[in-house]
Structures are given as C-alpha cells and as structure tokens.
Design a protein around this ligand. Structure first.
Ligand code: PLP
Length: 438
C-alpha cells in the first residue's frame, strides 16, 4: 500500500534532519503527516495528534490557515521572486521590515532578511564583526554565547551553540567562540576578562533557552547582562528565533526583562512556518554607524534575502497574531500549562522541577522528587514515545545529563485542548512511571 511504499522510499532516499540515523533506517518514519488544523496534526494512517511542540516551536498561529495559503498564492502569482541585492526591492519585504520596526523592542529598526534562524545567527555574528571593523577595532571578533544554548547549524551558529554534541559532530571548536554559564553574570564577566574585552565583538543569548532544556533566566539576569555589555562596549544580541512573535506571552522574550539588545535574530514564528523566513534586526545606532562609516559594499546576502512570498506570508501572519490576540492567549494558556504541570507533579512521583514562560514549558524527570536524583538512563524519551502513541507530540532534551520534557503548543490553543494535552501527558508519564519504578 501507499504508506508502506512511502516508508521504504523514506528509508532509502530521505536523510532526515537531526535524526537518529540508524533507527530511522531500521524503522522508517513514525508519522507521515498529511494535514493539520489548529493544534492538531493528522497522519496518513488516520491518527490525529496534538502538536504540543508547534512542530519545531514555530507554528505559532496553528495549522491549516487558509488565509496564509491565499496570501502566498496571490504573491506567487503576481511576483514569486525578485532580487533584493544592491538597490532592488519589493513591497512585501519593505512593508514587513517596517512592521518589524514597529513591534520590535526599543530602537531595533532595520532588518536583514534570511531564510531561517541559523542564517540569522551567522548574519548577526558577521554584522557584529563588520561593525567593529568599521569602528576601527578589527580585533573584536570573538562571540560569547552561553552553556546549554542552541543557535542553529550553520558554521557560525554551530560554534556558538553551547550544547557540545552539536560542535563535536563536526569537530567545530573555533577559538573565536566562547561560552559563559547560562545563568551566571559573574561567569560572563570572568569570561570577558579572561578572553580580553577588546577581543570581543558580541554576546548572544536566547531570552529563554529552548532546545537546551527550557531554561528561563533568573530575574535581573538580562538587566545585568545589558549593563556588563555596556561596561565593556560589547554588542548584545538576543536570539529570539523561538521566543519571538508571542511565544512567551510578550511579542519578544527579552521584553520580560525590560532591556533592549543591539541586534535581534528571529525566524520560525515570523511566518509560523508557512514560509521559510528569518532575519536580524539592528538598532538605529548601529544602522546609522553602518551608513556613515561604510564606504564599500555590505558583502553578505542570500539569494532569498527579502523573498517576496515569504515576506507577504510574514505580514499576514503578524496580522493574525494581532487580530486574534494570540500574545495574550499565550500568556493565559501558558499559566494554565504551568498550573497543569504542577498538578502532574503532585500526581506523579517521577516529575521533578516544572518550569515555563508563556507557551514554552518544561518538566524535569527525576528518580526522587525530594533529592532530585536522576535515573541512570534518560526516561524523558520513553515518555515522548508513549505520549505520541496516546496522541500528543512533545520533545525530550537529554543533553548535559538532562532528562527533560519540553512543550510549545500553538498560541491558538484553548482551554479544552490544553486540558486534553495535560491529560494525555499525565497518562503517558503514569505508564512509564509504572515501568521504571517497578
Ligand atoms: N536559534 C534558536 C534559538 C533556535 O531554537 C533555532 C532552531 O531551533 C535556531 C536558532 C536555528 O534556526 P533554523 O533551524 O531555522 O536554522
């Protein structure tokens, strides 16, 4: 039958991103998705599951939005593509850049477009280095990021990623990238001093670490980061690839801390995954310096920078987020999710710390709730498999000896859907708990 045929073709011809190669070869795909509506996905075999991850933290407005398809079709029929190199431009890219300036924190006001978050990160590091060349300080080339961070898989983004396995995969240990503890501003200061402040171009951080195990920085952390960066004259970049566009209950995650970065990377939620788009925003001050100091060409650009169809989809997507009050819903439903996690914590013996901000949430799995002792082997992946069988997609993080479940459902999720998500989750944890505490 067709499913079997696709399974075989998948195994033979499709090298999956971030996949367990051997398992994928042996078993083939666990779901071949065909349709989505709201928080739900359906596969070829007719199974319906709750997409508790918004797929890859990105389908913020939920699946099956015909209005986004319509905008894409209209734009593609009129002008599918034209270049934005040099002095060429197009209306959707111009209007999206202007809209981003309106919604972004502080004076972030000019956008360089990319096709995704990894490209956005590499772009930010390159713009930061170029900035210091223009300012007559070419030695400022180092990028400091944080332990447990994830910034993508382009060469720069890989090197900036604090999660070691991503760097080990390609032996990427560029000495121009260094790492400070993800929660300690004292450590950041020590890394700056040890490396030499005059060698550092920028510090980059996710307002809430997602792929690294859902770490919400303590109160005051980013305020202190901002002042340390100012003290040493280092550019502060936020990676809002996950936390942007309402995910945390504010437009951008850094708003929770009331500080403004010098540059900001975004992707994912800008189009809710309906088109491939990302970018970097720079402050008015940096933009002015670039304009005044540059005599040559900005020698960085992707064919798809400012793609008309992707930008048209981005504009409509932002319109939906605003019209449907999805940022407020993320805050309200985020509180509901955290409350639910606490309830599960009371019900289950293997649930340790629960955490979250808006619709980003995490649950740590422990052997002993009192001492926080971990199991010898990670349990979260077993729960993910069990939850999927029961109709819920979530994700596990096991890097750095963690054993954590993470969640980021679409911002459209309602009370009933959240209740169902929590119920399936509790059942799945209960089933695995019975196995491992036997
Ligand atoms: N930055 C962060 C914080 C991310 O979570 C991701 C992807 O998950 C990226 C960057 C990379 O984005 P992309 O996969 O679109 O290249």
């Amino acid at each position: 039958n067709r499913i079997q045929e696709l399974m075989e073709l998948d195994k033979k011809h499709f090298l999956h991103p971030t996949s367990p190669i051997k398992q994928q070869q042996d078993e083939g795909p666990s779901f071949i998705f065909t349709e989505g509506k709201g928080v739900h996905l359906q596969d070829m075999a007719g199974n319906t599951v709750i997409d508790g991850m918004s797929s890859l933290w990105n389908v913020n407005v939920g699946h099956g939005r015909e209005e986004l398809g319509k905008v894409a079709m209209e734009q593609m029929s009129k002008l599918a593509f034209s270049s934005c190199f040099a002095t060429f431009s197009n209306e959707p890219a111009i209007r999206l850049a202007a809209k981003l300036a309106e919604i972004a924190p502080g004076d972030l006001s000019a956008t360089f477009f990319t096709s995704g978050g990894s490209e956005a990160n590499d772009t930010a590091y390159k713009l930061a280095r170029h900035y210091w060349i223009l300012k007559g300080q070419p030695n400022r080339r180092k990028i400091i990021s944080r332990t447990k961070s994830y910034h993508g898989v382009a060469m720069g983004a890989t090197n900036a990623t604090g999660l070691k396995p991503f760097r080990e995969f390609t032996n990427s240990f560029d000495p121009d990238f260094c790492y400070a503890d993800h929660f300690s501003t004292q450590d950041l200061r020590e890394v700056i001093e040890a490396e030499g402040p005059e060698s550092i171009a920028a510090f980059i951080a996710e307002p809430v670490q997602g792929a690294g195990g859902l770490h919400v920085a303590p109160d005051g952390y980013f305020q202190e980061v901002r002042s340390i960066c100012d003290e040493y004259g280092i550019l502060f970049i936020t990676d809002e690839v996950i936390t942007g566009f309402g995910r945390t209950g504010k437009y951008f995650g850094i708003e929770h801390y009331g500080v403004v970065p010098d540059m900001m990377c975004f992707a994912k939620g800008v189009t809710s995954g309906y088109a491939q788009l990302g970018g970097v925003m720079i402050s008015e001050k940096i933009h002015k310096d670039f304009t005044e100091l540059s005599t040559g060409t900005l020698l960085h650009g992707y064919t798809y920078s400012g793609h008309p169809m992707a930008c048209a989809v981005g504009l409509k997507n932002i319109d939906i987020i605003e019209q449907e009050n999805l940022i407020k819903n993320a805050e309200v439903m985020g509180n509901e999710m955290l409350k639910g996690f606490k309830w599960i914590q009371g019900e289950r013996r293997i649930v340790g710390k629960v955490k979250g901000l808006g619709l980003m949430g995490g649950i740590e799995i422990v052997k002993d709730q009192q001492t926080n002792e971990r199991f010898q082997t990670s349990i979260a992946p077993m729960i993910v498999t069990e939850a999927a069988k029961r109709g819920l997609i979530c994700r596990s993080v096991v890097f750095d000896s963690q054993d954590t479940l993470v969640f980021s459902p679409p911002l459209t999720i309602n009370k009933e859907e959240m209740a169902r998500l929590l119920e399936i989750l509790n059942d799945a944890i209960a089933a695995i708990e019975a196995q491992v505490l036997k």
